[in-house]
Design a protein around this ligand. Sequence first.
Ligand SMILES: [Zn+2]
Length: 472
Amino acid sequence: MKKLVLTLASLFLVSALTTAQKVDYDKEKGKEYADQVEETMGVYDNAEMTAYVNKIGERLVAQLEEPLFDFQFKMVPTSVPNAFALPGGYLYVTTGLIPLLESEDELACVMAHEIIHAQNRHAVKSMRRGILPAILQIPGNIVGAFNSQLGNSINNPIQAISSLGMASYSRKQETEADTEGVALAAKAGYDPQALKSALTRLAGATEIMSGEAETKSYLSDHPYTPDRVAKIDKLISSFDYPKSAGVSSDFLREFDGVLIGDDPTHGVVSEQLYIHPEFNFRMLFPDEWEIEAQRDMVAAQSKDEKSGVIGSFEISDVSPDSAGQAFLAELNPQYHSYIHGNEKVMISGRPGYMVSFQGDSGKETVYGFRLWIKYDNVLQSFYAVGYLDQRKTLEEIMYSIRHLSDEERSKVEISHLNIVNATGDENLEAVNKRTNSDIDPKLSALINGVELDAKLEQGTQIKTVVSTPYFE
Ligand SMILES: [Zn+2]
């Protein structure tokens, strides 16, 4: 009998240890991802709004029976409406989510859902495929020459970011986050009904922005919103939540002036141009190439996914020559036989250094290069890869780098959410016109919860989106 007790005790010990280790693992991984998110997406720099989001987060976490992590709440500047949690309790609300919400209760319900994902240690099931993995899947023996380096410097952030925006959990975990999330919100004194309106508006906005209706598909990872809302509705009909004090009654004013759309400061895409306003350059990608801008970084690939370019930019004293030499010194000797060229170059009158590679993929010849260019005080660092017949295209992209013209400078805009009051006799359309709000009319009606032509009561608060030139 003694032996059995001992076994049980040690079993208990093992499982207890395992949980602690899992929590430590989450903390460690989460910190790593959080650093990547903040490095590549940036953190939205507004102390008051961040403090407000934190207040809501802390109020929710205080109701967890046993918080596993020291939760942190931040805002990230991106147009994608989203909130996401990383392992270890790092929680982010995108600025793009704000205009779609109407009350503190709605934001609290969305955040509670994410807190549950982190607290219950839901593992991300799949990730949206980013541009970079596709580039690395170009067959051929030379890609490894890039791969080894990409592994540290660029690969991780892009993968992390691509995955975070669209991380998907299993349906069971989504239901769990909804169920336990509304319960947590209610316990903290928030109206659990608000999750329904938030989800419905988010789905509506997604339909308007994508031009596609949400469909009920059993293949999709995402639960169909009306089904989700019906489930929540059934669940909370029995809730008796203590509506408590301290919920802002003027939610919109808390976020008056918040950034809408992407922050152009660290690089922006305008049609086929990549524009970096602060480093004063642009580069042109071929028609139909998909381009993705991140903080001081661009990734682009051809439509057939057979060629791609990644560039990263930083103010640096390092010369292209020494960057090239450092790359060669670190390059695994197995790739040296594929080196095709290794030389100083001039790109549009700027000093550069290029190491090019050529090798077989079995059928076709694969070509690629690493290139560093000193552009003013900025070191531009490129990876380019494709089949040999794309060589000219890849090089032309590099030769398209130029200072911004006045016309290109004037294309860069920054947009903010402005809360305005309707004056007498105005409808939504008139308010948008008066304030130069350039929001899509359908979206305007959706986020304001009124028809475009309905007469507004004097003083009604209206969300408008106003774009101004980035350069004065
Ligand atoms: Zn979720």
